[in-house]
Ligand binder design. Structure first.
Ligand code: NAI
Length: 353
C-alpha cells in the first residue's frame, strides 16, 4: 500500500496495529525500502488519537530513510509508533503482539528500541520475529545500548565542526550540553577526556550533579543553557530546541548534538545560518546508534561498526562542503544528499511494476 500524506510525503507501506486484548494500538510506517529493509525504532508514547500517532510514524519513518541513507547504510527507513495503554498493562503481551505484526512484514521492517521502549522489550519481540535489533549484547557481536555509539559519532562530528568553523581542536573549548541522559552523559565523558570545559544542564537535578562531579563541569539551569557563552552548544535532550525566539538567544558559533528534530521548522535552520552559526544537522551527527543497530542486524563486527561511526565527521564534512558550494543551509544540504542517495539506489534497484 502506498500512502500519500499532505500531498507530498509518500510512504511505501502502512500497517495499522490493533489488538485490543494485548493493548496494541498503533502503526508501522515503512517510508522506503529502496536501499534495504526499512529500519527504525519502535516508540511507545502517549498520543491524543490514532491520527496523531499515524502522523508521527510517517514523519519519523521519513527521517529514518534520510538518516540511514546519509550514513551509507544498506537500509531504508521505517518507524513503529504504539499508543501507550492507560494505566497498568501487560508489557510482554503487548510486545509479543507487536512482534507478530513485525513478522507479518517479512523483513520489510526491522525494529529496535526508541523512546519508551528498551532492550527487554526487543528481547520479547525477538521471540516472534528475527527482524529486530537492539537486543542484549552477545560476545563478539554489536548490540546492547546504542547510546555510547551515538555519543561517539556526535563527538567526532563536533571535532570536525569546531575545526572547520573555529580552526582549533576541542581541548580548551567550552561545550554546553543540554540533557545528560544516556547520550549526553557519554558525550560529557568523551569531551572531558579531550580537555574540553563543560557546562551541563538537565531537569533531573541528581543526574546533572553527578555528571558535573565526574567531569568537572559547571551546572547551568535548563532555561539558561542554550544561551551559554561557549564554543559549542550540544542539544542532547528533546527536539524543537530551535524556534524563532530561541535562535536569537544562542551564543555558541557551533551547534552539534544528539537530539532528534532540533529545528522546529526548516526556516529555523536558515535563521541559524544567517546568524553565522554552524548547525551540524541532527540526523547526520546522531547516526551512531542506528549504525550499531544495522551492524547487529546485518552481522558486522564491532570493529566495522566503530569504523563507520568514526566516519561521522567525514560525512558531516561532505554535507558542509555541499552547503558552502551551493549556498544552502546545512540542514537543506543534508536533505539533498540523502534524497540523492535514495534516488541513486532507486536507479540501481528499479521497483517492479
Ligand atoms: P535520555 O532520555 O536518556 O536523556 C535525555 C535527558 O534529557 C534526560 O536526562 C532528561 O532528564 C533530560 N531533559 C529532558 N528535558 C530537558 C530539558 N528541557 N532541559 C535539560 N534536560 C532535559 O535520552 P537519550 O537516549 O540520551 O537521547 C537524547 C536525545 O538524543 C533524544 O532526543 C533522542 O531522540 C536522541 N537520540 C538518541 C539516540 C540514542 O542512541 N540514545 C540516537 C539518536 C538520537
Amino acid at each position: 500500500m502506498v500512502v500519500q500524506v499532505q500531498g507530498e510525503s509518500l510512504v511505501e507501506e502502512v500497517l495499522m496495529l490493533k489488538d485490543a486484548e494485548a493493548g496494541l494500538d498503533g502503526v508501522i510506517a515503512v517510508h522506503s525500502t529502496v536501499l534495504g529493509p526499512g529500519a527504525g525504532g519502535c516508540r511507545l508514547w502517549h498520543y491524543a488519537d490514532g491520527e496523531a500517532a499515524f502522523a508521527d510514524a510517517v514523519r519519523l519513518a521519513e527521517g529514518m530513510s534520510y538518516k540511514n541513507a546519509l550514513a551509507g547504510l544498506p537500509l531504508g527507513g521505517a518507524k513503529a509508533v504504539l499508543r501507550r495503554p492507560a494505566g497498568d498493562f501487560d508489557r510482554a503481551k503487548l510486545f509479543r503482539a507487536f512482534g507478530r505484526a513485525v513478522a507479518r512484514l517479512e523483513g520489510r521492517y526491522v525494529t529496535a528500541e526508541d523512546v519508551g521502549t528498551g532492550v527487554a522489550d526487543m528481547e520479547v519481540v525477538a521471540g516472534e520475529t528475527r527482524h529486530v535489533a537492539g537486543l542484549a549484547k552477545r560476545p563478539g557481536r554489536p548490540g546492547g545500548d546504542p547510546s555510547p555509539h551515538t555519543a561517539r559519532g556526535v563527538f567526532v562530528a563536533m571535532e570536525h565542526a569546531v575545526r572547520r568553523r573555529l580552526g582549533r581542536d576541542l581541548a580548551g573549548c567550552t561545550v554546553a550540553i543540554q540533557g545528560v541522559g544516556h547520550v549526553g552523559e557519554a558525550l560529557a565523558h568523551l569531551l572531558h577526556a579531550a580537555g574540553a570545559r563543560l557546562v551541563v544542564a538537565d531537569v533531573d537535578s541528581e543526574r546533572v550533579a553527578r555528571v558535573a562531579v565526574e567531569t568537572g563541569a559547571e551546572v547551568a539551569s535548563s532555561a539558561q543553557v542554550l544561551a551559554t557563552r561557549a564554543e559549542v552548544f550540544a542539544p542532547c535532550a528533546l527536539g524543537g530546541v530551535f524556534h524563532a525566539e530561541s535562535v536569537e538567544a544562542v551564543r555558541a558559533p557551533v551547534i552539534c548534538g544528539a537530539a532528534n528534530n532540533q529545528l522546529a521548522t526548516a526556516q529555523d535552520g536558515e535563521r541559524l545560518a544567517r546568524r553565522g552559526i554552524l548547525y551540524a544537522p541532527d540526523y547526520v551527527v546522531n547516526a551512531g546508534g542506528i549504525i550499531n543497530v544495522a551492524g547487529e542486524y546485518i552481522g558486522w563486527s564491532p570493529e566495522d561498526v566503530a569504523g563507520r561511526v568514526e566516519s561521522t565527521g567525514a560525512r558531516l564534512g561532505a554535507v558542509l562542503d555541499l552547503a558552502e558550494a551551493q549556498g544552502l543551509a546545512p540542514h537543506l544540504a543534508a536533505d539533498v544528499l540523502a534524497r540523492s542517495a535514495i534516488a541513486a539506489g532507486r536507479v540501481k534497484t528499479p521497483i517492479a511494476a
